[in-house]
Design a protein around this ligand. Structure first.
Ligand SMILES: Cc1cc2nc3c(=O)[nH]c(=O)nc-3n(C[C@H](O)[C@H](O)[C@H](O)COP(=O)(O)OP(=O)(O)OC[C@H]3O[C@@H](n4cnc5c(N)ncnc54)[C@H](O)[C@@H]3O)c2cc1C
Length: 463
């Protein structure tokens, strides 16, 4: 046990102040009082005096929509609570403060031969944010983030401090994993890790000529890989619909790679400060997608972890390329058997000439017990579209209807626009979740813009 040696992290505490906050998509910014607790006592103080508009936690602001915003209320930024508290090398478990980023965690763990079980498409998320959204990654076989949380500490307005694990407090555990910060503030968590031999990935790259070809390749070969992702050119039409580059990988063994074991997070260039809306148009994006498809070289490569898991982190602040109006990321999942919904969405998007960089297709082998967790066994498609485009709202509404009819759902951590009446259908355990949540926060102290927009907590009618 390395223990207190690892305790630390720079505590960047700022005075409480007003700030305009948005999600990663940069749509719908709102103003809130931002408080950065230096430790648990500060945090309890901020929760005890919530003010009329309530409180919500904010990690690194990588949710695309309004989940970590609270218009006119208070936002608790967790970045100063970012230490590694304990590493149990025998068990492969690490205990961290919830504001720690996965990037910092990997820098600590990888040289010691450990890796988080689930990582998303960016390394710049906090552990608290990863639990609250119950994030998923390319790891199709091993569920989502909460599946690998041994226990966490939760500060709640109603029941004070709780230490929660899935065995003894299953309701609180699974209401919080995926609960979008509305059950309490996670302050520390113990995570189960996986051993790795190297800091490299053995990656196989293939090109698929269309959607059928892609899904066939995935059905036939995914079992051989821990991580799978397909990048689809969603401007390709007709017989090319769904043409894509499939990348699948496993952690490289010591035989495959003999170099040093260090996590290098990619951050090479900064995106230009602001693109005018319109510079990204179907033509420029089509050229980009075309060039990208041609450049992909089928075969085996030994790749850095950062390049494989977090290619978007290569460009710092890339969310600014969509211009001042920002962008929407649309991500849904549909069960196996509803492959047609994936096809129809690609058809509709390509017909509408909806300028989008590559769409990402992944799959989940299983769901977990999270009331509001996103993954179900099936296919998930995610793509970015510039906000404010004529017809976009109607198009996405129609896609939602198709997704709902197939028993699917959109991902709350990405959402900025779904119709609230669809939420109880997409998330049929919403009432069960509300019962658990209300016991933890009987007076509705925990509120966010996401909650008000979709009435997740059911408190829009109460107040
Ligand atoms: C480039 C990019 C790629 C991404 N790829 C993926 C992906 O592959 N898979 C995936 O699942 N997601 C993905 N995401 C989304 C991201 O993983 C989630 O939105 C995650 O929740 C962001 O963490 P954060 O620390 O930035 O949290 P924030 O965005 O700050 O907050 C997100 C939610 O977590 C809550 N929260 C934050 N900290 C705490 C805490 N300590 N206690 C309680 N609640 C808390 C907030 O209240 C809010 O509801 C991606 C995002 C980006 C920008």
């Amino acid at each position: 046990v390395v223990g207190d040696l690892l305790r630390g992290g720079v505590r960047r505490v700022t005075e409480p102040h007003e700030e305009l906050l948005s999600g990663w998509g940069r749509t719908a910014p709102t103003r809130a009082e931002v408080v950065t607790p230096a430790g648990i006592d500060d945090l309890r103080g901020a929760l005890a005096l919530p003010g009329a508009r309530g409180v919500v936690a904010r990690g690194l602001g990588r949710a695309y929509g309004d989940a970590a915003q609270n218009a006119g209320g208070r936002v608790l930024r967790t970045e100063a609570m970012a230490g590694v508290l304990d590493l149990d090398v025998a068990k492969g478990e690490v205990t961290v403060e919830a504001g720690l980023s996965l990037d910092a965690l990997m820098r600590t763990l990888v040289p010691l031969g450990w890796f988080p079980k689930i990582v998303p498409g960016t390394a710049h998320v906090s552990v608290g944010g990863a639990i609250a959204a119950d994030i998923h990654g390319k790891n199709h076989r091993e569920g989502s983030f909460a599946d690998h949380v041994v226990r966490f500490h939760l500060e709640t307005p109603g029941l004070g401090t709780l230490t929660v694990d899935a065995e003894h407090e299953p309701d609180v555990f699974w209401a919080t994993g995926g609960g979008m910060g509305l059950t309490g503030v996670v302050t520390e968590a113990t995570l189960r890790l996986q051993p790795i031999e190297t800091a490299r990935m053995a990656v196989d790259v293939e090109k698929a000529r269309d959607l059928d070809d892609l899904m066939r390749r995935m059905d036939e070969g995914d079992d051989r890989y821990q991580y799978v992702v397909a990048w689809i050119d969603c401007l390709a039409r007709g017989r090319h619909l769904g043409r894509s580059v499939l990348t699948r990988g496993n952690h490289a063994t010591a035989e495959q790679y003999r170099g040093a074991r260090a996590f290098e997070s990619p951050s090479l260039v900064a995106a230009p400060p602001l693109f005018p809306n319109g510079l990204l148009n179907p033509l420029t994006i089509r050229l980009f997608n075309e060039a990208w498809f041609r450049k992909a070289r089928p075969g085996r490569v030994i790749e850095r972890m950062g390049t494989f898991f977090f290619p978007l982190d290569l460009v710092r602040g890339w969310n600014r390329v969509y211009g001042p109006r920002g962008f929407v990321q649309y991500q849904f999942v549909v069960p196996y058997g509803a492959e047609d919904v994936i096809r129809r969405s690609l058809e509709h998007l390509s017909e509408a000439r909806c300028a989008s960089f590559l769409a990402v297709l992944k799959r989940f082998d299983r769901a977990n017990a999270g009331h509001l967790s996103f993954p179900i066994p099936g296919w998930t498609l995610a793509l970015d579209v510039p906000a404010g485009r004529a017809g976009l709202a109607d198009l996405l509404d129609r896609l939602d209807d198709d997704v709902v009819a197939a028993g699917g759902r959109v991902y709350l951590a990405k959402d900025a626009r779904v119709r609230p009446e669809l939420i109880p259908i997409m998330y049929p355990r919403l009432d069960e979740w509300r019962d658990v949540r209300d016991a933890l926060d009987p007076h509705g102290v925990l509120r966010s813009d996401l909650d008000r927009r979709l009435d997740l907590t059911g408190r829009n009618r109460v107040r």
